[in-house]
Design a binder for this molecule. Structure first.
Ligand code: NAD
Ligand code: G6P
Ligand code: MN
Length: 458
């Protein structure tokens, strides 16, 4: 059984490999392959992957590291995808260009997310074609590559028969934080219901061993004026680095640096709309103005990540090579890797476990279009997801989702057709953009910044 990681040079590779290796019996995995287009970066990450597999966990899983698609995908059963097209340098542009025009600049939301989407659509199609050509006929691609919403819409349009499941780790990261806030140690006993688009959804219920947690959670959030538990907030003064050392909290990157504001935003949103627990990403659409006000247009999340997660990883590899010593903390593991590895187990072993996935609506949410890519719960078995259908959603959420959905659909269409007008419509329609004129100014700057990546727009 072969698992290939596409984007082997990612800051998440080591953590994902560890999650796979810890589940080696259920997965019956013989070989892990790393594939990337950036050889030097991947070779460094491979040093620590090799250490995890063969020193730390002493597994007999073979490791192959390659930049050749045929070597990467031949007979692979699973492909875990996590490519960042354009790297952090382009993420920085996605975040900073909109901010220069007074708009939300974010990795996956608003115009920044759309720029990232336009870079990612065609490399993702290439990866799917490689999988179709070389992998096992019943391969599964489990995709984390962002922006997952736009990527999944592009897959639906361009490769409708591909065996791909698009996923996101934010809802489970929120559940991790909810468990910590509610003092729950066995988070596997938390069951939740959720609907939305990717990075644009709501928890409608959260229960723990039969108890409805929502009243307690609502009270907690109103009292603390933030969703983050105190343990994460010890070092409030150093907000920029949120360096809490308490055991169990240091690995949660979602609580670091500027992430703070979206957990505050959960309070602000729920103070007005208390029924559902919003995904942290809704903050970018419901508090656009406030986001711009507290952002530093010269230092965004991309800079934070380059200065912390990315730097710590590559410094950690250098330290290991020089001294033989490994500081495990710098190789992020945890829920992100567990979620994708557990999903592979459900597919392979037909467990029918429940996961949130991004999938074509097909009536699941009755008052959303048939062909919307929605994020909803599903039971996962060897034939793929069995989605759980639900009642119509309220008008507020439906209205927000329709605007976002049509913006993303226009973006994908515009990208495929090379249509400037459709991409401008996508930008203009997005809730993070106040006017058509601003949309055009951002788009024109982005065309310039993305000229090595985007298709030509006419
Ligand atoms: P990173 O830049 O460290 O890693 C991405 C890797 O992808 C790099 O090594 C890069 O060289 C490689 N790459 C770029 N283009 C490629 C291509 N065409 N084919 C193969 N490899 C390619 O980034 P990161 O911060 O570790 O994030 C990795 C990806 O995972 C990003 O897309 C990020 O948005 C995504 N992510 C998604 C979720 C989710 O919830 N869906 C969660 C975390 C991260
Ligand atoms: C969450 C989201 C991902 C996103 C990531 C960014 O995990 O679900 O889709 O890529 O956050 O985290 P970062 O630490 O890179 O800002
Ligand atoms: Mn996500």
């Amino acid at each position: 059984m072969i698992i290939t990681i596409c984007g082997g040079g990612s800051t998440f590779t080591a953590g994902i490999v560890k999650s796979i290796a810890l589940r080696r019996e259920e997965l019956e995995v013989d070989e892990i392959r790393l594939f990337d287009i950036f050889k030097e970066r991947q070779d460094k990450v491979a040093v620590i992957v090799d250490w995890i597999l063969h020193e730390e966990l002493k597994c007999d899983i073979k490791l192959t590291v390659t930049t050749d698609p045929e070597t990467a995908y031949t007979d692979a059963s699973f492909i875990f995808a996590q490519m960042r097209v354009g790297g952090y340098a382009m993420r920085e542009q996605d975040e900073k260009i909109p901010l220069r025009h007074g708009c939300v600049g974010q990795e996956t939301c608003g115009t920044g997310g759309m720029a990232y989407g336009m870079r990612t659509i065609f490399p993702m199609m290439k990866m799917i074609d490689d999988a179709e050509k070389y992998a096992k006929k019943d391969y599964w691609i489990l995709n984390y590559s962002n922006p997952a919403s736009i990527v999944s819409e592009a897959c639906r349009r361009l490769r409708p028969n591909a065996r791909i499941i698009n996923i996101c780790d934010m809802p489970i990261a929120i559940i991790d934080v909810v468990a910590a806030a509610m003092n729950i140690k066995d988070k596997e006993n938390i069951v939740y219901d959720y609907f939305g688009l990717n990075h644009f959804g709501w928890f409608t219920s959260i229960t723990y061993k039969g108890e409805d947690l929502m009243p307690r959670l609502r009270e907690y959030i109103m009292e603390h004026k933030i969703l983050l538990p105190d343990a994460y907030l010890k070092d409030k003064a150093a907000l920029g680095v949120s360096a809490n050392k308490e055991k169990g909290t240091e690995g949660n990157r979602h609580t670091k640096g500027s992430w703070y504001y979206v957990w505050k935003g959960v309070y602000e949103i729920m103070a007005n709309f208390p029924d559902m627990l919003p995904n942290t990403y809704l903050n970018y659409y419901l508090q656009q103005k406030e986001f711009v006000e507290h952002s530093n247009p010269d230092h965004t999340r991309a800079n934070e990540v380059m200065e912390t997660r990315e730097k710590n990883l590559f410094d950690g590899v250098d330290t290991y090579l020089a001294t033989g010593k490994v500081d495990e903390k710098v190789f992020y593991a945890g829920s992100h890797g567990d979620w994708i590895a557990d999903l592979a187990i459900a597919l392979k072993n037909d467990t029918k476990a429940r996961f949130l996935i991004i999938t074509e609506n097909r009536g699941t949410i009755p008052n959303m279009p048939y062909d919307a890519m929605v994020e909803v719960p599903a039971y996962i078995g060897k034939n793929g997801p069995e989605v759980i259908s639900r009642d119509p959603i309220p008008l507020f959420q439906q209205g927000l989702m329709m605007q976002q959905l049509n913006s993303e659909k226009l973006l994908v269409e515009g990208c495929i057709e090379g249509s400037y007008e459709k991409v401008l419509q996508a930008f203009t329609l997005n809730k993070t953009v106040p006017s058509m004129t601003v949309a055009k100014e951002i788009l024109d700057d982005m065309i310039e910044a993305n000229k090595d990546f985007w298709p030509e727009l006419k």
